[in-house]
Design a protein around this ligand. Sequence first.
Ligand SMILES: [Zn+2]
Length: 339
Amino acid sequence: MNERYSRQVLFPGIGKEGQVKISSKHVLIIGAGALGSGSAEVLTRAGVGRITIIDRDYVEASNLQRQQLYTEEDVAEKLPKAAAAEKRLLAINSDVEVVSIIGDATPQLLEELVVGVDVMIDATDNFETRMAMNDVSQKYNVPWIYGACVGSFGMTFSIIPGKTPCLNCLLRSIPLQGMTCDTGGIISPAVQMVIAHQTAEALKMLVEDWAAVRTSFVSFDLWRNQYTSLKMSKAKFAGCLSCGEERTYPYLDHENMTKTTVLCGRDTVQIRPSSVGEISLERLAGQLSSLGYVVKGNPYLLSVEMGEERMVIFQDGRALIHGTKDLTHAKSIYQRILG
Ligand SMILES: [Zn+2]
């Protein structure tokens, strides 16, 4: 066994056998913000065989306080988080196969990505994606680890299909929706605490120590010194549409996915085109420059200054419009630039 993992192999919960299992497993991380970059780093250092990480955003200065994979250079280059994460993760451990995807974790894409995955980690900032992950988990029998944090508060729960209640079941007893899009700020230790819980659970699942997996719902507040662990064994709901007998996986209904969304806690609207196809950023940059727009970019995206607003366009035609929360206004800007 590689010297690199000697301390982890010495740990009785893992051992040589556990390390072999870890190195043969595939983890899918949805989101490369604070939770995603932390989980990805821990699991990369632990020697997971393959890590797929997906994110729709790019690195900004306000991320550096807590998103541990990123640097000032990534901010200056406006690198997409997935691309910056891949670069850093491979520098940490080149044994790990890292697959990075710059894009939106739509139900359709999640159904493609989940094939062959052993564990999914929730590092997203929105409820729609979490519910889609939850349905994908049940449909393809892949466990996932819910995690969320805001301020000094965080919570986490491990969801194993056929064993624990699912996120849709939990909604009947815990008001989780309110947690997902807060603008109230956040401290890094709260993020780290959720990452510690999520990655410890992930390691237990990767070494197949199912008896060790936590079955309670954890929430904590590091500023108020509170730590709560709630038993969830009775939360499973027989009529649940995601995990019950009459299941329909309601959150995988592609028609229900919104194409225009206000991003969490930011003056930013995301617009996803209905037909997916690569656009030539180079050609578009040329056209926009000749029309007098100030355009900057890298191989992954273009940033266009437009007075009050700034529009960032990705290769798949998806765009972030900064400086507005008005969906109609954002759509008119998108139309003006991309027709
Ligand atoms: Zn359920």
